[in-house]
Design a protein around this ligand. Structure first.
Ligand SMILES: *Cc1c(COP(=O)(O)O)cnc(C)c1O
Length: 420
């Protein structure tokens, strides 16, 4: 259970109706189901970078650990530090390259690091002289994605150097698939083969990384072949499929639902325009329904005249342009709708007729990752457990915690639990 402490949810940060509801029961179940599908002995890293794909890093991290994840993955030192400030003690790996100047801070807060260059390894080695305990280093092999990583020969050289340096531990050897979601698995197989060869070279020299890891959600869901010692799961844990060709295990369901309420209902006569630029014009009498969400909340402007929401249980299309803070949707003139009615912007319980993050992603020609991670910090995250509201993200949206208070501590923690 979520107990008192730094991650304790707090009372509503504002009175605006727009909320991202985060279903911690779904998250917990998703982690359990995904873990259940792993090869025996494989551990699960919950990838919580980018504020847990917009779901709120600390609450997601805590819930995922309770559900059996043993590692956390972040993209930056700042993200790792925020987890530590939230009292999370589990191993945390920074998946992306850091700048050498950040090495000391990263070690102070006990982050494992992904390394692929001699320069970064030198900076970590220097910083490790002042660190307490050994520093976990994961060498990343570039097996063909050509993003971050060291070519296999350099990777082996870096791994040897780590193994020979007191104060450093070769905590992992890793790679990342470029197209794990491609039904044609040949490229992934080629990458896995290069990785195996690098590993074998090292093992022949008596150098054994503590963990070998390759798989993201897509590679994990395609079968146990690449589970190795640890899988790095992001999108599937949030209940979203990595791509249209990779189904999720039965029972895995979306964690985020963005909700709001109707702010204004207004009858329009035929020929009326709606919003900036008059980009929508009524042909018949209709109702304009105002929803307080806009592109600054992450409801993208690309959804102008394109997106739709569920308003009081009815499908309502976006009318005209999405503006920064508000969007107008339309309903037939006779539809029952009033101020304060529920709006589901996307997500929703199983069986909900609201658009899914995937459907919005399709409309926007993007992927669900961008839809959920794009929900901005202005939208309070409201945590749900057992159908009850626990409260709001202690780390987001309250003025006392943004900017001025870099460690995200104190004020919000003093707030009380929201009455459910
Ligand atoms: C983000 C990330 C993942 C998680 O990917 P999903 O497709 O969301 O499962 C795994 N590994 C690395 C290196 C990443 O950066």
């Amino acid at each position: 259970m979520i107990g008192p402490g730094p991650n304790h949810p707090v009372a509503a940060p504002d009175q605006r109706a727009t909320r991202a509801e985060i279903d911690l029961d779904a998250l917990q179940r998703n982690v359990e189901l995904l873990r259940g599908g792993l090869a025996p002995g494989t551990e699960l890293m919950a990838v919580v970078k980018a504020n847990a794909y917009g779901h709120g890093a600390r609450m997601v991290a805590e819930t995922a650990i309770e559900a059996g994840a043993s590692w956390l993955g972040v993209a930056t030192v700042g993200e790792g530090r925020q987890l530590r400030a939230g009292g999370i003690a589990a191993p945390v790996l920074v998946l992306s390259p850091i700048s050498p100047a950040e090495a000391e801070l990263a070690l102070q807060v006990r982050l494992d690091l992904t390394i692929a260059t001699p320069e970064l390894l030198a900076a970590i080695t220097d910083a490790s002289r002042y660190a307490t305990g050994t520093v976990g280093v994961h060498i990343k092999v570039d097996t063909g994605m050509n993003r971050y990583g060291a070519d296999p020969e350099l990777a082996a050289a870096l791994a040897r150097q780590v193994a020979a340096t007191p104060g450093l531990r070769l905590a992992g050897l890793m790679t990342h698939f470029a197209s794990a979601d491609d039904p044609d698995e040949r490229f992934s197989e080629q990458q896995a083969e290069l990785f195996r060869r690098c590993l074998t070279t090292l093992e022949r020299e008596g150098i054994a990384p503590e963990r070998r890891h390759l798989a993201n959600s897509a590679a994990t869901l395609r079968g146990a072949a690449h589970h190795a010692d640890l899988v790095r799961i992001g999108i599937a844990m949030y209940g979203l499929r990595p791509s249209a060709t990779i189904p999720l295990p039965a029972g895995v369901r979306p964690v985020m639902t963005v909700r709001s309420t109707v702010g204004r209902v207004h009858a329009l006569s035929p020929g009326s325009i709606v919003g900036y630029g008059g980009a929508y014009r009524t042909r018949s009498a209709e109702q304009a329904v105002l929803v307080p969400i806009g592109y600054a909340d992450g409801y993208r402007r690309g959804l102008s005249n394109l997106g739709w929401m569920m308003v009081a249980g009815q499908r309502a299309e976006v009318a005209g342009r999405v503006s920064m803070d508000q969007t107008v949707v339309r309903l037939p003139i006779a539809s029952p709708v009033s101020v304060g009615d529920d709006v589901v912007v996307f997500g929703g319980a199983p069986g909900s007729r609201a658009p899914s993050a995937d459907e919005l992603a399709d409309l926007l020609e993007t992927i669900s990752y961008e839809v959920v991670s794009g929900i901005s910090p202005r939208v309070p995250r409201r945590y749900m457990r057992g159908g009850q509201a626990l409260g709001y993200d202690p780390g987001a949206s309250t003025p006392a915690e943004s900017g001025a208070n870099r460690d995200h501590d104190a004020p919000a923690r003093l707030a009380t639990r929201e009455p459910s």
